[in-house]
Design a protein around this ligand. Sequence first.
Ligand SMILES: Cc1cc2nc3c(=O)[nH]c(=O)nc-3n(C[C@H](O)[C@H](O)[C@H](O)COP(=O)(O)OP(=O)(O)OC[C@H]3O[C@@H](n4cnc5c(N)ncnc54)[C@H](O)[C@@H]3O)c2cc1C
Length: 399
Amino acid sequence: MACDTFPATRNAGLLRLTQFAPRAGHAYASGRNTDPGPDQVGAVSMLSPYLRYRMITEQEVVGATLGQHSLPAAEKYVQEVLWRTYWKGWLEMRPSIWDQYIQECDRQRDSFPNARAIRSAEAGETGIEGFDDWARELVETGYLHNHARMWFASIWIFTLRLPWSLGADFFLRHLVDADAASNTLSWRWVAGLQTVGKTYLATTENIARYTNGRFAPKGLATTATMPAETPICAVQPLPQAVSVDTQKPSFLLVTTEDLNPESAFGASAKINGAGIFFDTDTLWGDNACSFVAGAAKDAAGRVENYFKCPTKLHDNLDAASLITQAREAGAEQVITAYAPVGPVADALARIAPVLASEGMPLVQIRRAWDEHFWPHATKGFFPFKERIPNILKEMGLSR
Ligand SMILES: Cc1cc2nc3c(=O)[nH]c(=O)nc-3n(C[C@H](O)[C@H](O)[C@H](O)COP(=O)(O)OP(=O)(O)OC[C@H]3O[C@@H](n4cnc5c(N)ncnc54)[C@H](O)[C@@H]3O)c2cc1C
């Protein structure tokens, strides 16, 4: 079902972007909060799986939008795309929040006394109108509208009083666009952990209004008690950006964090061989895995054509096979697009020292987009968003 909604090719993403761009102005701003239901066409772009795996980039999406609208006219849409960038940068400077989330999930899985309540929430059997429908919609389609994600998370935490981390885990296991930063930090935001004390409470009226009257659940929590948590750690500097000598014979490692290496490395880069590493251990659920299986195949075809080098697909990211392939290709280094905090970054951190000890350095390149925006994700979204117009100007994307 997820594959029908999201054909897993870059061209499908680009086509969706082309069709959506004319609606990225007023139509998006006025309609984006309404979730008309899975069978209806809404005002949102549904580009998230393509952006999540970087089959298309934020820069392309914002560029196409500003090709058709002024920045003030498309401000809302551009800001939403930048929420993704903001969350990525925020977590990059506080990687321990991701580790804490993993630990909290494990702890709750082992100790939460009411496993039955979790099962019934995940199966959509709580009797709460809307909530049960979204649980089933998520499992079946791999997608939920942003507002439905907010309502669902709020009811999970404040009405059902279930641990937020297990709700976040349920989302990760079913979303096609499952993402370490956007998912964890959005759940934290709803719970009131992100902007400390500012919780998001779903109400019957708001749900009825923005589902066009499809749902009006009764008995929702009217107060929100923030879960207990250790304070957010201090901001740590972004890992140093490195530059790459693209004239050195290289092996291109393509991960599921960035399936569009053509726009990260120029055609003049001396790439002797490439591997698309599609490792299910670095993804969460069936919906994401089946989307990414198609997306990886699509990337392999594009990479082979663009860099004119032998390109293979692999289902396992391990140091030994990477070194063998890089050597067979006559490469002196392995180059890859920077993997932000999450399972792929963890895997790269494990294999990098092994590669280095074999004289095959792993060089990770950050995109200009991330270089421009991430350093500003030190505080809340408000100060970050104030900088958007100037940065887009600096990047030549707006006047
Ligand atoms: C509890 C919760 C969990 C979420 N988990 C994820 C997740 O795992 N992966 C994910 O990509 N998004 C997540 N989001 C953010 C958001 O819901 C989705 O990105 C959005 O619904 C995708 O639909 P769209 O492409 O039609 O969005 P549009 O409204 O058309 O927005 C365009 C793009 O902007 C970005 N975007 C929009 N809103 C947000 C937002 N609030 N936060 C971050 N990026 C945003 C997405 O990349 C999206 O594709 C979550 C939100 C909540 C409240």
